[in-house]
Design a protein around this ligand. Structure first.
Ligand SMILES: [Zn+2]
Length: 434
């Protein structure tokens, strides 16, 4: 249940991409699950509320992962010497086929859900597989974590192996409806999201049917866009009418506007694609580690930020090796430096402030007022005890945050709250919130 309480500690959050608010030994007030603000000394009106004093620990907003694949968690950190299309055929499709077996799915998804619970992530948009039952099982497990997530049963009816293909657009649509009807009303924190895998695996007829389902169930959409040059050329062959890759989603009404949409990657956008994404408010899930591992390229994030486009971070497990959004922040900074040096010296690399913004407030806005401690924001918080990261230097709170981002070591997470509900508190003798 959403609660009313106060957290005390060194509080950091983004106000904008360039501004990080830091309050040392401050008070973060949570009223019925939402932030009422951060103060250096506690206002009189809150004097009677219960306070949890985290002393010298850092308190930051929960991190947001806009893009990852739960079934791929099993092979994280393996098979990285391939590019996207070969990687899908060699690694991904054979593994995803196993989720037809619910026993295997249970084993694998339990490990995934447990890792997500312990991570600094409080919100995530997750791909499952095309299997309806295993997807519902994943949703059950995610609900138990206390995180707020959107989970999608994947649709794919062409250009994939027989063992992992829905036999027709009709069948794919039927399965999707059966999944949606089966999970309706079952969860508080777990929502369905429409998930055509990407244009190469979704026929035009399937996309038309998915639009009908989107309208009927009022669903948001997630997919992949302009990740790899071979993929982009293929989409041009498959949908010559579309003009550019994103036009293939847009043509079916699944590209922002009324339909909340996340597109992962956007590494090689055409000018018209960028303009349309901005116009439609399409969210970009920037996945720097995956784009490096699969040799896809480096997305023009500076340009996206300067244009005021909607953008957050994704781990893209298992294109990315793990679930840490702190790591994604460091990767985003590092690849932006390479892009600046090697490709375009007019576009400055990202700062720590900007990367932190992307992993909190930037992606969080997909979920509403999420990812900051400004007044009215849903209170997702992560408490980090970094005492084990010893240093003889006197460190400022901002330096400590930078260090946590670069070290990306989530063993130091002491407590986590989602929308005012405590997910866990390692130091607390009481059992975790039910
Ligand atoms: Zn992906």
């Amino acid at each position: 249940m959403a609660e009313t309480f106060i957290l005390r500690g060194n509080i950091c959050y983004s106000e904008s991409p360039r501004s990080l608010a830091v309050t040392e030994k401050g008070y973060l007030v949570c009223i019925e699950g939402r932030s009422a603000g951060v103060w250096k000394s506690l206002p009189e009106q809150y004097a009677g509320l219960p306070v949890t004093d985290y002393k010298d620990s850092l308190i930051v907003p929960g991190l947001v992962d806009l893009h990852l694949h739960a079934p791929q968690y099993t092979f994280r950190g393996m098979g990285m010497d391939l590019e996207l299309l070969d990687w899908l055929n060699t690694r991904t499709f054979p593994e995803e086929a196993k989720y037809e077996d619910l026993e295997y799915a249970g084993k694998a998804y339990n490990i995934f859900a447990e890792s997500m619970k312990k991570s600094a992530t409080t919100r995530a948009c997750i791909f499952a597989t095309l299997h309806r039952e295993a997807t519902a099982l994943l949703m059950d497990l995610m609900e138990d974590t206390g995180l707020v997530t959107m989970v999608g049963k994947v649709n794919m009816d062409r250009n994939c192996p027989d063992y992992l293909r829905e036999e027709s657009p009709e069948r794919s649509a039927q399965e999707t409806r059966a999944w949606l009807d089966g999970i309706a009303g079952r969860y508080r924190n777990t929502k369905p999201i429409l998930t055509p895998r990407f244009i190469p695996t979704c026929s035009d007829e399937l996309m038309r049917k998915l639009k009908e389902i989107q309208e009927e169930y009022r669903l948001p959409v997630q997919s992949h866009l302009s990740e790899n040059k071979g993929e982009i050329a293929w989409v041009k062959e498959l949908c010559p009418w579309a003009g550019y890759y994103g036009g293939a989603y847009d043509g079916f009404g699944l590209f922002g506007g009324e339909v909340k949409t996340i597109m992962a990657h956007c590494v090689w956008p055409e000018e018209a694609e960028k303009e349309r994404m901005k116009e439609q408010g399409v969210y970009i899930a920037h996945c720097p580690q995956s784009n490096t591992n699969l040799s896809s390229g480096i997305a023009p994030v500076r340009e996206y930020l300067d244009k005021g486009m909607n953008i957050g971070l994704g781990t893209d497990v298992a294109g990315g090796v793990g679930e840490s959004i702190f790591r994604a922040m460091a990767d985003a900074i590092q690849v932006s430096k390479l892009r600046w040096r090697l490709a375009d010296e007019t576009k400055k690399p990202l700062s720590v402030e900007e990367a932190f913004y992307l992993g909190t407030k930037g992606g969080g806005s997909f979920f509403g007022n999420v990812g900051s401690f400004e007044e009215g924001y849903e209170l997702d918080a992560v408490v980090i005890d970094d005492r084990a990261l010893k240093s003889p230097l006197p460190l400022s709170v901002r330096e400590r945050l930078e260090r946590i981002i670069y070290l990306s070591d989530e063993r130091h997470i002491r407590a986590k709250y989602v929308a005012g509900a405590r997910v866990f508190d390692m130091a607390d003798d009481m059992s975790p919130a039910d």
